[in-house]
Design a protein around this ligand. Sequence first.
Ligand code: PRX
Length: 657
Amino acid sequence: MSEGHEIDNLLHEDRHFAPTRDFSAQAIAQPTLYQEAKDNRLEFWANQARYLDWAKPFTEILDWSNPPFAKWFADGELNVSYNCLDRHVEAGNGNRVAVYFEGEPGDSREITYAELTTQVKKAANVLISMGIKAGDRVAIYMPMIPEAVVAMQAVARIGAVHSVIFGGFSAESLSSRIEDAQAKLVITADGGYRKGKASALKPAVDAALSGGRCPSVDNVLVFKRTNQEVGWVEGRDVDFNLAMAEASDEHVAQAFPAEQPLFILYTSGTTGQPKGILHTSGGYLTQASYTHKNVFDLHPETDVYWCTADIGWITGHSYVAYGPLANGASQVIYEGTPETPDWGRWWSIVQKYGVSILYTAPTAIRSFMKMGSQVPNQYNLSTIRVLGSVGEPINPEAWMWYRKVIGGGHAPIVDTWWQTETGAIMISPLPGITSLKPGSAQIPLPGIEVEILDDEGAVLGRNHAGLLAITEPWPSMLRGIWGDPERFVETYWSKFEGVYFAGDGAKWDEDGDLWLLGRVDDVMNVSGHRLSTAEIESALVSHEFVAEAAVVGAKDETTGQAVVAFVILRQNQLEKAGSDADVSKILRDHVTKEIGPIARPRTIMVVAELPKTRSGKIMRRLLRDVAEDRPIGDVTTLADTAVMDIISGKVAAGASD
Ligand code: PRX
C-alpha cells in the first residue's frame, strides 16, 4: 500500500479535546454501550432494533448462514414509514416540527409530524392509484424540497423500492439508472431553485424517456415547484400537486418483512457501470436511527438538526429521510447552494432556526474557510452544540477551524466514516465519551468490528497502513448489487475470505485511533462525492475526438480531489472540426452531458501518448503526479509537449504505477 506509506509520516496529531463534564452529563450515548456490544454483539443490535416499532417482533437476530447474503431480524415485520411518522403522532408529538424548510428564494415552511404524516399518507394513496405495488421500483429525481422526502417515505410506506437519482445527474445517467432498476414510475419536479434561479429537472426526465427508452416507465409524477413551463406527455405525466389535493388522507401502513427491499442507490465503482446498492428495511432503519441518536447526541425535544446533504446521496437517505424521522427529530431542509445570495446563507439559516446539530462535508468547510471567518462571525451561532463531518477525510486545519469558528471553540466534532454500501455510520467518535483528535475518525462504533489488513489479509497493528476491512456483518449493510449478485461477491467479499473489503486505506495510530487514507482503487472523491475514473473515461472516449483517455483524481485544496483527464485525440476528426474548436470545453461539456456537472473534468490535458506498463496498464500514479505538479487551470495544449516531457522524465526516472 504505497499510497498509505506516503501519507503515513504526515499523520501525527497530538491535540486531544476531552469531553466537558457538562456535555457528558447530558449525553445520549453512554460508555456502557461499548461494553454491552462487546459482551454480546447480536443482543446489542437486537436491543437497538427494539427502539423501533415492530408489528411482528423478530425472534431471529442475524442469519449469516449464506454469507455474504445477510438477513437481519428476518422473521420480524415493520413499516418503515410508520416508524418515521405515525408512531410519533400516536405518542402525542404530532405538533412537533419535523421539517423547517428553507427555499433558496427565501420562502419557508414549517411542517409538523402530524402534517408530514398526512402528506405521506396522501402520497401513498396517489402511488397506489397509479398501480404501484410492494416491490415495484420508483425513480425519484427531485430538488431538495420536503416533497422529495414525502416521495421517499410514501414509496417506503407501501413497500415499494425507491431509487433516488441526484438532480445533478444528466438525462443519460438518469436513463441508465431507470433502465437498470426497471422503474415503473418517475417522481420529479418541474425544477428547483439553485444559484439564484429556477433550474429545470423535468426536461432531463423527458430526454431520459425519449426515443422509446425506459419502456418500464408508465407514469411521471411532476411536482410544481418553480411553475416554469415544462413539456407534458398526456396519459403519462401526472400533476403531483393536483393528485395530492384529491387524494384521501387515510392510509393504514401495512407491515412488511424486515428484509423487504427499501431502496436502491447507484454509486460509482471501479468500472464504467454504476452499481445499484440495495438496502432493506429493518436492519437499515435500526442502524440509521441508532447512529443518528448516539453519534449526534440527539435530544429530539430540544435539538434542531441540519444535515446539508442532498437526498440524492446516501447521507441524504440515512441522515435526512430516515434516521432523523425515525428519531422524531426536528430538522432543517435547505434547497439551495451555500453561496446564494452570499456566503452567509448557511449561517443565517443556523441563526434563524437555532440549529444545534450541523452535519456537513469537509469540502464545504474548506470553502467557508477560504471565504474567511468574518462571514460566519456576523451571525449568532451560539445554538450549535454538535458538529459532524462526512464523505472525505477532514484535514486537521479544517477541523480546528470548524470547531473554533462554527462550534464556538467547544462543540464536539464527529468525523463519521461510512459508505453508500454500509448504509449508516460505522466509525466515529461518540460525543461526550470520546476524547477528540482532529483529522481522525477514531474508533468503530459499538457493534461494529473492523480490522486493518495487509494485502495478504494479515491483521496489522498500530502504525501500519493497510486496507480497511469490516470483519462482522452489521444491520445496515448492503444486501447486494441490484441484479448482479456475482459483482456483489466479487467487489466486496473476494479480496479477503468472509470479510467486507471497503476499498479504503487506513491505519491505527499509536493511541489506537483510526485514520482514513483515501481510496485504494480507481474511485475518486470529489467534494465528498464518489466518481469512477472508468466511468468518466468511457464518457470521454464516446466522443468522436477522443482516441484514448485516462482520468485521475488529483489533489485539490478545496474539493479534496479534482477530475483531471489526459486524452489522446483523433487527428482526422479534429481537422474536420476546424482549428478553432475549443477541444477542452467540448470534451468537458460532453462529460457533463453524459454523466452530469459533478463529473466535469477540472482540467483536460491533451497528450500524444499515455504512459503504460509493459502489460498495457495505464500508469495512473504517474499521471496523478503530473496533474498535481501542474498549475491549476482549465487549459489545454494540443500535444502538450511540456506534459509529455514530464511524463517521459518520470518514466525515465523509474516511476511506476
Ligand atoms: O473513501 C471513503 C470516503 O467516502 C467513501 C464512500 O463514499 P460514498 O459511498 O459516496 O459515501 C459518502 C458518505 C458516507 C469511503 O469509501 N469517506 C466517507 N466518509 C469519510 C471518508 N473518508 C474519510 N473520512 C470520512 N469521514
